[in-house]
Ligand binder design. Structure first.
Ligand code: AMP
Ligand code: MG
Length: 411
């Protein structure tokens, strides 16, 4: 026991400094060309200029009759019927009209249309109840998207509407930022596969699976490196194997003060450790290193610490790597629905459920905030930023928070 370190050799950095160091080493990965129609959630790497006008020809905006406005209120002879996608057209002369359906191209000679509701048709003649101006009810060229207009900008996270815009413009191949490949390694002699028989005292590997899911949610491609025993050669080999395949490596466990905590010295041997301690709860021993330009995050073993540290320090990096122009979660102010006890020594990110009610955001604690109590993460859609201190924040206090999931709404 005498060879146990009493004090970490790593200086304690602030949350802001830790974030700044990580982001300083994080540049967007290259781009790749993919199928635009299945690009949901990807980040656009270039601006998209519209290659053509939408619509490309004048079209009927409603079901009705195409005609010449200059004919005034006089009855017209109905000379045909035009449908969207139909293959006939007619040229309209003075005193003529044609039935036309929404989306059908306007026929030559017509300069306006009238909705069917404002007309009567008898014996091949059209009677209209309202005088028209040229252009009435015509969907003009470029009205929806003008040729050359920037329809989408680089850095956009593609949502359903964006997929629709790309389809409208016929852009089926687009350039997006590459997703980071993220290798995830669990460590610990006591850690076993969740599906295997668990020897007494052993712990099932929840971190690797939770972190891989969090990587996927952040837009990355997780790669499992399995569980490494607390053996320096085994862990070195696993880390090197991860760095070969991935852009980012995340380890779980082995970063605190125990004699079997080997990750920090290994990272110092293989690359540069930028920090090894953060004034932050839960997750003080969170470590950040670079090895051959690749990012390595040594996350703590306790399940809550590992996921909260991922959320606060790793996720923004994964978002920035894939070109997201806004890699951080929204910062909001919440009113406490339950009292909150701060940690005396470090700022703490407490798990909360944020609800929108009567124009304000309210926060309810998820209960005991111990770093092994994984249920403190259940249902949480926010992290409350609680400054270090001794005084309990009563119900009604206002504190800053990060929104980490969809807002719940009441009433
Ligand atoms: P460590 O930071 O390696 O000392 O781990 C601290 C504690 O976290 C261990 O005693 C385990 O109870 C727990 N732990 C470590 N790794 C995992 C894991 N992959 N999944 C779940 N719990 C873990
Ligand atoms: Mg361990």
């Amino acid at each position: 026991m005498s060879n146990m370190l009493r004090e970490s050799p790593y200086p304690m950095v602030s949350i802001a400094d830790a974030t700044a160091m990580i982001m300083a080493h994080t540049q967007p990965l290259g781009s790749e060309e993919i199928d635009a129609l299945t690009a949901l959630g990807r980040v656009l790497a270039t601006d998209i200029a519209a290659p053509e006008d939408i619509p490309d020809v004048p079209k009927a905006a409603m079901d009705g009759y195409a005609l010449r406005a200059g004919d005034g209120l006089a009855p017209r002879r109905v000379v045909g019927e035009l449908t969207a996608g139909g293959d006939t057209t007619v040229a309209l002369g003075p005193g003529e009209a044609t039935r036309i359906m929404t989306g059908a191209p306007m026929p030559p000679g017509a300069d306006a249309m009238i909705p069917v509701e404002l007309t009567e048709e008898r014996d091949g003649m059209l009677f209209i109840k309202r005088e028209l101006k040229p252009g009435d009810y015509v969907h003009v060229v470029g009205q929806d998207v003008a040729r050359g207009q920037i329809a989408l900008t680089a850095g956009t996270i593609l949502g359903a509407a964006d997929i629709g815009i790309l389809a409208t413009l016929g852009l089926t191949r687009i350039s997006v930022y590459r997703r980071p490949r993220v290798a995830v390694l669990a460590t610990g002699d006591e850690v076993v596969e969740p599906g295997e028989t668990r020897p007494g005292g052993a712990v099932r590997d929840s971190n690797r699976y939770a972190l891989m899911a969090a990587v996927r949610e952040a837009g990355g491609e997780p790669i499992s490196l399995g569980i490494a025993r607390d053996d320096i050669a085994v862990q070195r080999q696993a880390i090197l194997r991860g760095l070969e395949q991935a852009d980012v490596l995340i380890t779980s466990g082995g970063v605190s003060m125990g004699t079997r905590d080997l990750i920090k010295p290994l990272l110092a041997e293989l690359g540069t450790v930028h920090f090894g301690r953060i004034a932050f709860k839960p997750g003080k021993p969170t470590t950040f290193a670079t090895v051959n330009g690749k990012l390595v995050f040594g996350l703590p073993g306790f399940p809550v610490s590992s996921l909260v540290s991922f959320e606060v320090f790793v996720r923004p990096a994964l978002r920035a790597l894939q070109g997201d122009a806004r890699p951080f979660r929204p910062h909001v102010e919440v009113t406490l629905d339950s009292p909150i006890t701060p940690a005396p020594d470090r700022p703490e990110y407490q798990r909360i459920i944020v609800t929108y009610r009567a124009g304000r955001l309210f926060a309810t604690s998820t209960g005991g905030q111990g770093s092994s109590r994984i249920l403190s993460l259940r249902g949480a859609n926010g992290l409350l930023l609680v400054p270090a201190g001794e005084t309990v924040y009563p119900v009604g206090s206002v504190l800053p928070a990060l929104l980490t999931g969809p807002l719940l709404s009441e009433g």
